[in-house]
Design a protein around this ligand. Structure first.
Ligand SMILES: CC(C)(COP(=O)(O)OP(=O)(O)OC[C@H]1O[C@@H](n2cnc3c(N)ncnc32)[C@H](O)[C@@H]1OP(=O)(O)O)[C@@H](O)C(=O)NCCC(=O)NCCS
Length: 218
């Protein structure tokens, strides 16, 4: 993810040992004793990466608990984001006075089923995917971009965004995307100064789709 985010963001990508690393007590309490092994593994890698990213920013290694809605609770004065898939996990943290929000997402580079695709992509996005070069599962890139947009949006606005509430445009040459948020969602959240447009970067390799975006400090 380092290549997709500006220098103000500290990024840590999980090493093999991180998946079985140590949680702090407050984090372990959020996870609960009955979490299945795969969930424990993902959650642990995310928290270990979060602390490594915080250390890179010169911050103490404090806990990153989970809110009731599962969003991570970053230390005061910071913004951050976590993603994990089967074999990949990363966390990113920045000072709030430098960035208003940060989000990132990683997905396996696989085809989406037709049913999932209908839930994720707007007709304009389907038409765009048909025009883009072959060899990449573009709807999966759009899916990942939308999850990144949600991770940027939710911590500052606090409200839900459906997958059809953002229209994503991909620029494959630049490796960038823009997401235009539905005006109704903007109007409904106007007190929170919601972003109408989120811009980010993406990268695709044989196994993995990665997307990331930031919002400048206001
Ligand atoms: C929250 C969500 C985006 C997570 O994405 P995912 O692909 O399932 O999983 P990832 O591994 O990439 O990310 C999981 C991490 O996201 C973070 N997260 C969870 N809820 C979050 C929220 N509301 N805001 C920001 N980050 C959140 C957590 O750190 C979580 O990891 P953890 O539980 O181990 O702490 C997804 O589950 C979801 O609810 N999507 C529906 C909303 C949406 O994406 N709308 C599209 C708008 S255009």
């Amino acid at each position: 993810m380092r290549d997709l985010l500006p220098p103000a963001v500290a990024v840590a990508v999980a090493e093999p040992a991180d998946w079985s690393g140590q949680l702090l007590a407050e984090e372990a309490a959020c996870l609960g004793e009955r979490a299945v092994a795969s969930r424990r593994r993902d959650f642990t890698a995310g928290r270990v990466c979060a602390r490594r990213a915080m250390a890179a920013l010169g911050l103490p290694p404090v806990a990153v608990p989970a809110a009731a809605d599962r969003s991570p609770v970053w230390p005061a004065g910071t913004v951050g984001t976590i993603t994990h898939t089967r074999d990949y996990c990363a966390a990113a943290v920045a000072h709030r006075d430098e960035l208003r929000s940060v989000g990132m997402d990683a997905e396996g580079h696989k085809e989406l089923s037709a049913g999932v695709r209908r839930l994720i992509c707007l007709p304009e996005e389907e038409a765009q995917c048909a025009r883009l070069p072959p060899g990449i599962f573009w709807p999966t890139v759009i899916f990942s971009a939308k999850e990144t947009v949600y991770k940027v949006w939710h911590p500052i606005v606090g409200s839900w965004l459906d997958f059809h509430d953002a229209l994503v445009h991909l620029d494959p040459d630049a490796g960038t995307f823009t997401a235009r948020i539905a005006p109704a969602r903007i109007a409904a959240a106007s007190d929170a100064h919601p972003p109408a447009l989120v811009t980010g970067r993406f990268a695709v390799d044989a196994d993995l789709v990665r997307t990331a975006a930031t919002l400048a400090a206001r």
